[in-house]
Design a protein around this ligand. Structure first.
Ligand code: NIG
Ligand code: FE
Length: 424
């Protein structure tokens, strides 16, 4: 008898999303690593065994057992692109958009990201963390156990550093593991209006070096946890030359790149991402077939964010079907933020991706778990149920994993286990 801390027994299905050799691509996306009538054993916060109940039951003895009979056990979701730290809200802009204003028009008129910037600059680190905590709690209940979090609502050096500190404090004080991303080049603040080059100077000369120094002394840097540098490559934000400067400066400081690209305008940013070995290229709504191929032939993960399209009332979505078919390692994310996607739910994103982007439930599952983990540099620790990985597990009250994308609007997640501990 092997003594373990926790045994989850008799699951109708264990969905492993196992993929020992990197993210899943192409045909492999349709394989969720399904074990019928499965069991998972956990010790010291890690997965020590997974397999059919008949094989494991006799060998393991546990301090705590959970009977998952009739239910699904799957990896906790990884949300690889969020702007969950911010102050205030933009519910007024929601009404403006219903009446016909576009996201980019609101932004050009000084609203949008800059309006959240004003509220965020006015908030202390403690206030930022306090406003964010309920959003993270909502994400946890919906099955997210790891999330990337970007800065980008400070847009001056001190306020950007405050956002990083809020991310660090939240990481230590609630269950979801957070991965920080510096996004100083998210929008042009009013004091730099029509001086994007000068603001880019500030980002590369002052903000990024200070962000790099912060990281080294942070709880993240001390344990070699991932940290990324991102830019909003878009008309009225940062052009390709400015985006390159931002990302290359990050690389010189040992901060790997991410990029917001092709959300509204195709500007060649995917090619830049591939050239710079970015960990991910995100949005991809208007990516050309040529750049899609380039992405498929690279190690950069493609992240699509259908909650944005839904929220902006758009009928146009990233062509996730074509991305998967081309061989892109595709991930899904909420993009949770106060403007373009006030949405905490990975299952809802999976449901939308199946309907509007023609992913199969299995592809959506892998995209929200193992591939999402690779999109934030944690593919070796989370995102799948494999021996040696963190025991971040969900018990879902359905007999078949496909219900996670089939049903929507409620919450099918019954329990959330984080590093072996029941947290919801
Ligand atoms: O990923 N596109 C830029 N950034 C976010 C939106 C942030 C906001 O509107 O506050 C996005 O969609
Ligand atoms: Fe974003």
């Amino acid at each position: 008898m092997i003594q373990v801390d926790l045994l989850i027994l008799n699951a109708a299905q264990v969905i492993t999303c196992a993929s020992p050799d990197g993210p899943k691509r192409g045909e492999a996306m349709t394989d969720v690593g399904l074990i019928t009538d499965g069991t998972v054993a956990v010790a010291d916060g890690e997965i020590v065994a997974v397999g059919p109940t008949v094989d494991l039951q006799a060998d393991y003895n546990a301090h705590q057992t959970i009977d998952a009979g009739g239910k699904v056990v799957c990896p906790g979701f990884v949300d690889p692109h969020t702007h969950v730290v911010y102050a205030g809200d933009r519910v007024g802009e929601f009404e403006l958009r219903i009446k016909g204003a576009s996201y980019m028009e609101i932004m050009a008129a000084g609203g949008g990201i800059v309006s959240t910037m004003r509220a965020t600059r006015a908030a202390s680190v403690e206030q930022l963390a306090a406003e964010t905590r309920p959003r993270l709690a909502a994400m946890l209940k919906l099955g997210t156990t790891t999330a990337e979090v970007k800065t980008g609502y400070g847009l001056d050096t001190d306020s950007e550093l405050n956002m990083l500190k809020a991310i660090e404090s939240l990481d230590q004080n609630q269950p979801i593991d957070l991965v920080p991303t510096f996004l100083g080049a998210h929008a042009i603040p009013p004091e730099y209006k029509d001086r994007t080059d000068a603001f880019t100077d500030l980002v590369v000369e002052e903000m990024l070096p200070q962000a790099a120094a912060w990281y080294k002394n942070s709880s993240f840097g001390r344990r070699n946890w991932p940290f990324f540098n991102d830019v909003f490559c878009e008309q009225n934000a940062f052009d390709l030359v400015q985006s390159r400067r931002v990302l290359e400066t990050g690389l010189a400081l040992d901060i790997p790149a991410k990029i917001h690209v092709d959300e509204f305008t195709s500007m060649g940013g995917v090619t830049l991402a591939v050239e710079l070995n970015a960990i991910s290229a995100d949005h991809l709504d208007v990516t050309t077939p040529e750049e899609r191929e380039r992405l498929a032939n690279s190690s950069t993960v493609g992240v699509v964010l259908p909650a944005v399209n839904i929220n902006l009332g758009s009928a146009h979505f990233a062509d996730a079907r074509a991305l998967v078919d081309a061989g892109v390692a595709l991930a899904l994310s909420t993009d949770i933020n106060p403007g373009s996607a006030p949405c905490p739910s990975m299952p809802l994103v999976m449901a939308m991706a199946c309907r509007y982007q023609k992913l199969l439930p299995a592809e959506a599952m892998n995209a929200g778990a193992i591939n999402a983990a690779h999109a934030i540099g944690l593919g070796d620790r989370v995102g799948s149920i494999e021996v040696g990985k963190q025991a971040d597990l969900l018990i879902v009250d359905v007999p078949d994993y496909r219900h996670l994308a089939y049903q929507f609007g409620g919450n099918l997640v019954e329990r959330v286990i984080k590093r072996g501990n029941l947290r919801y």
